[in-house]
Design a protein. Structure first.
Length: 318
């Protein structure tokens, strides 16, 4: 059961996207090379109309990574292997995290099929680009939260690594804000469940002072990890200006109107056929899971996260 999905993921992601797919790849390489030669750029020196304009390069570290690994003699072979591997790892982490030990073959098949449909939806944007690395980091974050939620964050040794993950992510790409949103959702739900558990136990059978104190410590731990992760994103060359740049880009009407990848989903456009097929197959898959009453790891945290993030997928093709 494990070999089949891995083969499809490798064929569909690594070999199917073996080359540069980001139209800005040369610009990223040029910026990275300039940073390695002259240091971080804080003003626009690449355009005529905005020359000298304040510029926040929210991808500066990834640009350096691209420029360092690019070999003109081997074309994009090294970068294609790296980013193809990150794509494979991202989908594998998502799928393997949903598979339970002792789960039926039908249940595992449903999860792997879901990953195949997700790959279909992402084929038009996967490749040597910043979004691929963001997808991998988002999957790592989801996996850590998924495992911690199983114990209500009582086994949270890996979660203390999240501030380091967010510090790295904030310097690689501005999509770290979506990671913070996922962390915020999980933290809020766990803190709410802990407070509700404390209240219900006090009302029904009384709660020992040790148990009440333990719940308060767990809640403080949850909030501490959230606060430290948010603070860690400020460790970047631009400080809080990184958030200002993200806000300007997100609410840029020109970008959403004229840039193809920033446009909202248009179901009549043939180029978005993959996404339309993914939505249809995903609905059919979820219906099949409920009809067959298959056991999955789906819980209220996953459902709320989906309800929050699915609308974002309609805002832009990216």
């Amino acid at each position: 059961m494990l070999c089949t999905p891995l083969i499809f993921i490798l064929l569909g992601v690594l070999f199917g996207r073996f080359g540069p797919t980001d139209p800005d790849i040369w610009w990223h390489l040029n910026v990275g090379q300039d940073i390695l030669k002259e240091g971080l750029q804080r003003y626009d020196t690449y355009s005529f109309t905005f020359s000298g304009f304040n510029w926040t390069d929210h991808e500066w570290l990834q640009n350096v990574l691209l420029a360092s690994l690019y070999d003109p003699y081997k074309n994009f072979f090294i970068l294609a292997c790296l980013y193809g591997g990150l794509s494979v790892a991202a989908f594998f982490i998502q799928a393997s995290g949903g598979v339970k030990q002792g789960q039926s073959d039908e249940g595992q098949l449903a999860i792997w099929l879901g990953m195949m449909f997700a790959i279909m939806a992402c084929l038009s944007v996967l490749g040597i680009r910043a979004l691929t690395l963001s997808l991998f980091l988002f999957s790592c974050l989801w996996d850590k939260l998924h495992r911690a939620n199983a114990s209500w964050w009582k086994d949270s040794r890996n979660l203390w690594q999240l501030p380091l993950l967010f510090m790295l992510w904030a310097n690689l790409h501005g999509s770290f804000v979506f990671g913070l949103l996922l962390l915020l959702i999980n933290s809020a739900l766990i803190a709410y469940r802990l407070s509700k558990l404390t209240t219900s136990n006090l009302v029904t059978d009384g709660l020992s002072s040790e148990r009440e104190s333990a719940n308060k410590k767990d809640t403080l731990k949850v909030l501490s990890i959230l606060f430290l992760s948010m603070a860690a994103t400020l460790i970047n060359p631009f400080g809080y200006g990184l958030y200002m740049e993200g806000s300007n880009v997100f609410f840029d009407r020109y970008a959403h109107q004229w840039l193809r990848e920033w446009r909202s989903v248009n179901f009549a456009a043939g180029e978005q056929l993959y996404f339309c097929a993914y939505l249809l197959l995903l609905v059919l898959l979820i219906s099949w899971v409920f009809w067959k009453k298959l056991k999955t790891n789906l819980n209220i945290t996953h459902i709320i996260s989906m309800l929050v993030f699915i609308p974002f997928s309609f805002l832009s093709i990216r």
